[in-house]
Design a binder for this molecule. Structure first.
Ligand SMILES: Cc1cc2nc3c(=O)[nH]c(=O)nc-3n(C[C@H](O)[C@H](O)[C@H](O)COP(=O)(O)OP(=O)(O)OC[C@H]3O[C@@H](n4cnc5c(N)ncnc54)[C@H](O)[C@@H]3O)c2cc1C
Length: 528
């Protein structure tokens, strides 16, 4: 069963060795925990629903609590302390596109606000109801999860938009195909959510980001149905798909999507390479991207993330490997690259050889597939670490951006420094680690993880998080980075969007949303 106040399946646990906790206490100071609010304690605080009864709408407190918040740090604090300011008044589970359209009509007639809900894996406050005069209807798309059509000649699949990552891959897998879109939230996030939040998978270097995979589809909007036919390419004016990508539930509900799929690759491998320094590693991945070496993934950890990841993994081979690396000159400044190669056997051989040649040029040391496959095995387990660490007294959050290469080295350092400084002012320590998560010819995504101590006082915890988030966001913008490479805008990034889009850009976004949703009933407060 899905955990109601944290990440993932309630039966899955990420084990953290005692040695890792010793390390974290050494960096952060003594850790303290306090009991979380129980579901039973919170349920009586769910107010009476203000919605008129509807056969598709569940209004029981448990369903409403389970759809009240996503996965951002403020969401976690709300759920774990039971201080949840607003709940949806009801949650609908439509089973057809017609029912989605019908629910929008019902919402309009009853003055309800509508929140489209995919997997609820948003980390920026996308699906949280506001305290509002109007009742709030959350529309959970989870029952719309079928493959509608697979056009094997064109390699295009049509899915209902509520399908989760595993269900989508399983249905394609029966025919020998894959979408290859693997965000770390794959287990629970949905196709509609990926499109609406402009998601990026871990191997988007090879398979493409969701904007290149999304070929067409259908959206039920308050102003009517929007059909987006699939064309392999088109010069017929502005592309309306772009209004759907990143729409964050503000224009309507995506009910189906056509996506570009591929036959399952014959071979997939993940390799590890150590570099003596972060700078050498960055030069190597930039060269790989700019020379067009056909890898499927490049993930370069900075020295502190390299060290922290190895310690948290608790693997028995880490100690001897560490000694061996130090003996040959890979000391405290070393950093780890995990790269993937995907395709036919011949393609994989070529890509591996070319990558090896570039890495060697920049001092890289190949360590084979052990590290790479350890990463692969735990790629969807890693988010469970957040549950375990929370229970041990450590809060974890992530933030990300993408910047032109020219700005990447300085920004990567400054983002971490700004977060540490924000906490220093508050007399607290924070462990800030980072990696380049996605690499492009013209730039890279810097993905930063922060680990800091929980406090007994949730307001103090939020104050610290806000100070770090603000410092990092302003530093990102000062360095010419986007406020989000993959997590979207939601509530948390909305204050920073005008600086990125400009006033005319914001007006275009607002006007477009108003065309689809003249009464402003769709997911208010998100995006702008
Ligand atoms: C542990 C973890 C790891 C993550 N890793 C990644 C990652 O690697 N890459 C990445 O891109 N993101 C990642 N995310 C963020 C998140 O998973 C993505 O934003 C994802 O796209 C959200 O999908 P969802 O189905 O859960 O959408 P939700 O969280 O339910 O909703 C997100 C937004 O999309 C809208 N929406 C959802 N479905 C529809 C629909 N059918 N029609 C219209 N609007 C809709 C919602 O209204 C909301 O505004 C991660 C999150 C977590 C918790």
């Amino acid at each position: 069963m899905k955990r109601w106040n944290g990440w993932g399946n309630a039966d899955t646990t990420y084990y953290v060795p005692e040695s890792a906790l010793v390390y974290l206490r050494g960096v952060l100071g003594e850790l303290s925990t306090c009991p979380d609010a129980t579901e039973e304690a919170i349920l009586p605080s769910v107010p009476k629903s203000r919605l008129l009864a509807h056969p598709l709408v569940a209004a029981d407190p448990e369903t409403r609590l389970r759809h009240a918040r996503g996965q951002s740090l403020p969401d976690w604090v709300a759920l774990r302390t039971g201080r949840i300011p607003a709940f949806p008044d009801g949650v609908a589970f439509p089973r057809s596109e017609e029912q989605v359209g019908g629910l929008l009509s019902y919402a309009r007639q009853t003055g309800a606000r509508v929140i489209p809900y995919g997997g609820g894996s948003s980390v920026v406050g996308h699906i949280n109801p506001d305290k509002s005069e109007n009742p709030v209807l959350t529309v959970d798309m989870g029952s719309l999860d079928k493959l509608i059509d697979l056009d094997e000649t064109s390699c295009v699949a049509t899915f209902e938009a509520g399908v989760t990552g595993p269900a989508l891959e399983a249905q394609l897998g029966e025919h020998g195909y894959t979408l290859g879109h693997f965000p770390q939230s794959h287990e629970y996030s949905t196709l509609g959510g990926w499109i609406a939040a402009r998601s990026s998978g871990q191997q988007s270097y090879f398979y493409g980001r969701i904007e290149s995979l999304f070929a067409g589809g259908r959206v039920e909007t308050p102003a009517g149905r929007l059909d987006l036919p699939h064309f392999p390419a088109s010069a017929a004016g502005p592309d309306v798909r772009e209004m759907v990508l990143g729409s964050e539930g503000r224009i309507g509900i995506i009910t189906r999507a056509q996506v570009r799929v591929r036959p399952h690759p014959q071979v997939e491998e993940f390799h590890g390479v150590f570099f003596p320094t972060w700078e050498q590693g960055m030069e190597a991945v930039r060269s790989i991207a700019q020379q067009g070496v056909p890898v499927s993934m490049l993930r370069l950890s900075n020295p502190l993330e390299t060290e922290t990841t190895l310690i948290l993994s608790g693997k028995s081979w880490i100690g001897p490997a560490d000694k061996g690396l130090r003996l040959i000159g890979f000391g405290d400044r070393r950093c780890l690259l995990v790269f993937g190669v995907t395709g036919t056997a011949a393609h994989v051989r070529r890509a591996r050889g070319e990558t090896a040649a570039v890495c060697r040029k920049f001092g890289g040391l190949f360590v084979g597939t052990v590290v790479g496959h350890t990463w692969e095995k735990s790629r969807f387990l890693a988010p469970y670490l957040r549950n375990t660490l929370w229970e041990k007294g450590v809060a974890v959050d992530t933030l990300e951006t993408a910047l032109p290469w020219r700005n990447v080295p300085a920004a990567a350092v400054e983002i971490s420094a700004s977060i540490r400084e924000a906490m220093e002012v508050l007399g607290e320590k924070v462990l800030v680690i980072a990696h380049l998560s996605h690499v492009y010819r013209d730039g890279a995504s810097v993905y930063t993880t922060i680990l800091f101590r929980r406090t007994q006082d949730p307001d103090l915890l939020l104050e610290r998080w806000q100070a770090m988030k603000r410092a990092a966001s302003l530093t990102i913008q000062r360095n010419g980075g986007t406020i989000s490479h993959q997590h979207g805008v939601g509530e948390d990034h909305a204050p920073y969007l005008p600086a990125e889009k400009g006033s005319l850009g914001m007006q275009i976004i607002r006007n477009a949303c108003a065309t689809f949703d003249p009464d402003g009933m769709m997911n208010p407060g998100k995006l702008f």
